[in-house]
Ligand binder design. Structure first.
Ligand SMILES: Nc1ncnc2c1ncn2[C@@H]1O[C@H](COP(=O)(O)OP(=O)(O)O)[C@@H](O)[C@H]1O
Ligand SMILES: [Mg+2]
Length: 253
């Protein structure tokens, strides 16, 4: 279970999150929504321990262990995985070497090349990816959709227990979306204790991965939590109601 309490986060001396609370139980799907620039990607990176983001107050616990100050690789070893909104390109490192090294580091054991290739080929096929992407440099010249599929390939190989999907649907065409969502859904069915945090603006992902809770982020904190009907309402009417309500509260304080 992930428990975030009273988190205050800054980047470049600007406070992005303040009094941020969120809980995701094992096996739960949690949606995080909110207008552009409110800090959705910030929280996803903070959960992974990105050093560009400073935690000024509050705690992050995963399975009752405080991880607020743990380095990123240790968090990955605990089973936390982030599919980034904009995955980075690494020149001079092949996708295959990156994936194998990431697996060996996460599982803390040597993985034979033959076993790796078998596993990787199976996952590549399930994701309907172009197999030549495995030999190329990581994300170098990959299309938007190819980068996103490659994130899910990492997910399938690293077998996380907490998955964060930051706008995984952006850049994917409709058919690729179906493939990606189906792969995630199958993964959750095979690993029912896995928790999922979905950051997205698109209704289609929630048809495949139906959230147990929907949370709206605005002005640094969660301002509304409800069930799936909240997402449906947002798709219909937008965020205005919740942001206005918050501005009003600020004035009354
Ligand atoms: N490295 C950074 N340097 C300066 N500002 C940043 C940095 N990262 C994020 N921000 C700012 O923090 C705010 C929240 O960004 P982000 O978390 O990416 O929003 P969202 O994902 O909700 O659209 C934005 O105003 C953004 O410009
Ligand atoms: Mg974002």
């Amino acid at each position: 279970m992930l428990e975030i309490k009273n988190l205050k986060v800054s980047v470049n001396n600007k406070i992005i999150l303040n009094k941020f609370n969120l809980e995701i139980k094992n096996g739960q799907i949690c949606a995080l929504m909110g207008p552009n620039g409110v800090g959705k990607s910030t929280i996803s990176k903070v959960i992974l321990g990105d050093k560009n983001y400073k935690v000024l107050e509050g705690t992050i616990k995963y399975n009752n262990q405080e991880i607020t100050k743990l380095p990123t690789d240790k968090r990955a070893k605990l089973g936390i995985f982030l599919a980034m909104q904009t995955p980075s390109t690494i020149e001079g490192v092949s996708n295959q070497d990156f994936l194998k090294t990431a697996m060996e580091s996460t599982f803390e054991k040597h993985i034979g090349l033959y076993q790796f290739i078998l596993e990787c080929e199976k996952a590549v096929k399930e994701l309907k990816m172009d197999p030549t992407l495995i030999q190329r440099n990581l994300n170098d010249g990959f299309s938007g959709g190819e980068k996103k599929k490659n994130e899910i390939l990492q997910m399938k190989l690293l077998k996380p227990s907490l998955i964060i999907l930051d706008e995984i649907d952006s850049g994917l065409d409709v058919d690729s979306m179906k493939t990606v969502f189906t792969n995630i859904k199958d993964y959750l069915e095979e690993n029912p204790q896995t928790s999922l945090l979905i950051i997205s603006h698109y209704p289609m992902i929630f048809e495949y991965l139906k959230p147990d809770t929907v949370n709206i982020l605005s002005q640094g904190k969660i301002v509304k939590t409800s069930d799936y009907t909240l997402a449906q309402e947002i798709f219909k009417n937008g965020y205005n109601k919740y942001i206005k309500a918050l501005n009003q509260e600020d004035k009354n304080e």
